[in-house]
Design a binder for this molecule. Structure first.
Ligand SMILES: [Zn+2]
Length: 215
């Protein structure tokens, strides 16, 4: 997918490795975080809080077997919300740790995680706007919950690039989520994001100086 954008720090053109990438390099990302993280609501605090909320939502979803559709739909929707928020925050602020954890996994496992996350982004984008939470899930005979296969979305209001991203999320949903266990997708991605969050301490100003000198 040919796609270029402007670095949010230095303004140069780069090819994003991930959908949410905003910086051309880790140097620019760390500089940006340093300049924007002063004050009481530092990203690290917000991230730790979001990870706790994500883990709690994943726990509740894991206990959803046998509960009613509307309730499980609401719990699923909340879990997806937290996973996608933590994921976008990790990519934005901890892109190096994110990539190095993914790169350290066997290829098939890394692909499964990336595509499951893409499928969950599709759920987040569609839920409550085009589809009700309950339309995404169905109860299996044993009382557990699986993702419903969904028809192709109508994306006429999106730009060509936006359409392409959303279609790739839709395809990820169909191949990695549809027919599979709801709680398992949340558990897989939540475990990956938690592991990544603790993989490296947040960048300190000292790290930035070292990186700057190496340029
Ligand atoms: Zn840059």
């Amino acid at each position: 997918m040919a796609d270029t954008r402007l670095c949010g720090q230095c303004g140069s053109v780069f090819e994003p490795r991930r959908e949410h990438s905003r910086f051309c390099s880790s140097v620019c990302r760390i500089k940006w975080v340093r300049e924007h993280s002063a004050g009481p609501a530092a990203p690290a605090d917000a991230l730790a809080w979001s990870i706790a909320a994500m883990a709690e939502a994943a726990d509740r979803l894991a206990q959803a077997a046998g509960q009613d559709l509307l309730r499980v739909g609401a719990v699923m929707s909340e879990a997806v919300w937290w996973v996608t928020i933590v994921d976008a925050t990790m990519v934005r602020y901890e892109g190096d740790a994110y990539d190095s954890v993914l790169d350290g996994l066997p290829g098939e496992e890394a692909r499964l995680i990336e595509e499951t996350l893409a499928g969950l982004r599709y759920v987040r984008n569609q839920v409550g706007i085009h589809l009700d939470p309950a339309e995404f899930i169905r109860s299996a005979p044993d009382g557990t919950w699986t993702w419903n296969p969904l028809p192709e979305p109508c994306l006429e209001s999106l730009s060509p690039r936006g359409k392409e991203w959303e279609m790739s999320r839709y395809r990820a949903y169909q191949s990695r989520l549809a027919g599979h266990d709801v709680a398992a997708a949340i558990a897989l991605t939540s475990a990956f994001l938690t592991k990544t969050a603790w993989a490296e301490p947040p960048a300190s100003p000292a790290d930035v100086t070292i990186l700057d000198n190496s340029l």
